[in-house]
Write a new protein. Structure first.
Length: 195
């Protein structure tokens, strides 16, 4: 009679199952690591959303810097530009504060109130002291945060304070377009270095 050989079962099935389990574990770890990186942190200041992620804070800083630097070559500086720049600056300050764990003592919500006053009047009739108060609030917040969390940025904070001093509350805003643009540029530079 002919001999019938019976081959042993292949041990391939357990290795395939083990490989799939390892692959599933790697995918799980990859997604959980990504989720941890984007975990929101508590936000100080402006009302908007209650939390902000690190990615979001970088975006807010970049939005402000792009807005200021992108509009630097435009010939006009009006109430809408000024109000939007102040709002974006306040949001960026909150983003850096949240990311660095710093509680801003200045009331950045006041900046929002001043921007409403700025946009409700024409730029020619906007009281320079309203813009001056808003710029002082954001400067105070930036300088305090610089001193507490970014002590190496003393020179940049000093430039911002000098820029603030060049905004005169007794001179109409249309005559101070250059000083206001310089202020926003120096604030953007300081925030980008804090980022």
């Amino acid at each position: 009679m002919a001999e019938i050989k019976i081959a042993g079962k292949s041990a391939l099935a357990p290795f395939v199952i083990l490989g799939l389990a390892i692959l599933a574990l790697l995918i799980y770890l990859l997604f959980s690591y990504t989720t941890l990186q984007e975990k929101p942190v508590v936000r100080a200041g402006l009302s908007a959303p209650a939390s902000i992620s690190i990615h979001e804070s970088n975006r807010k800083i970049n939005d402000f810097a792009t807005f200021v630097n992108g509009n630097a070559n435009k010939s006009g500086l009006d109430d809408t530009y000024t109000a939007n720049a102040l709002l974006k600056l306040a949001e960026a300050i909150n983003a850096v504060a949240s990311e660095s764990g710093y509680k801003v003592s200045a009331d950045l919500n006041e900046v929002k109130d001043y921007t409403h006053k700025i946009t409700s009047a024409s730029f020619e009739t906007t009281k320079p002291e309203e813009i001056g108060k808003a710029t002082r609030i954001v400067t105070e917040a930036l300088v305090e945060m610089q001193q507490a969390r970014f002590p190496t940025l003393v020179a940049e904070a000093g430039e911002l304070k000098k820029s603030l001093a060049s905004i005169n509350p007794d001179v109409p805003m249309p005559e101070q377009k250059g000083a206001l643009k310089a202020f926003f540029s120096k604030a953007a530079r300081l925030l980008q270095k804090m980022n």
